[in-house]
Design a protein around this ligand. Structure first.
Ligand code: SME
Length: 161
């Protein structure tokens, strides 16, 4: 079972590399990566990017490309939510049980666990990749590596823009 999950992750990582090697903007890459993760990773039930609004004071995360149901949280200040925690700390946040995390901003009643990975450009957080799952503790070490890799590809593409 574990090796099946690992080979799936490897397949999706290779597909992300393929998307990244195709010409296109960072915006197109974010759209295609969100779609890829949502379609291929069965426990990734909502996949989306939040990007820091350029020049906003105080800083705010704005919903970008996403796959899944519409969320009420289209703008998130950095002191709110798991999204705000990841962006303000510059660290990946994995929450196995969202109901037990007081920071959690509810998007869907079905969501049980969440991962948020910052996107960096030249060492600075410019946004993040947020994934919700209907399954508790859906994001293990391999998932974290996959999502961090996807966020890295987007950051590199943004750097080139
Ligand atoms: N749950 C997030 C809010 C965004 S929705 O999940 C799409 C949070 O706690 O910041």
């Amino acid at each position: 079972m574990a090796s099946t999950a690992n080979s799936k992750i490897e397949e999706v990582r290779n597909e992300a590399d393929r998307l990244n090697s195709a010409p296109g903007t960072a915006d197109q890459l974010m759209k295609s990566i969100a779609l890829l993760l949502h379609e291929k990773m069965l426990k990734y039930n909502w996949v989306g990017f939040y990007m820091l609004e350029p020049g906003a004071i105080p800083p705010v995360l704005v919903l970008g490309h996403f796959c899944g149901a519409m969320t009420p949280h289209t703008r998130i200040p950095l002191h709110q939510g798991i999204c705000g925690a990841a962006a303000s700390s510059g660290k990946t946040v994995v929450v196995d049980d969202v109901q037990s995390d007081p920071r959690y901003l509810a998007c869907s009643l079905e969501t049980k666990s969440e991962i948020v990975v910052p996107v960096f450009v030249s060492g600075k957080v410019v946004g993040e990749l947020d994934i919700d799952s209907h399954f508790p503790a859906a994001f293990g070490v391999q998932d974290r590596e996959l999502v961090e890799y996807c966020a890295l590809l987007v950051g590199r593409r943004l750097e080139k823009a």
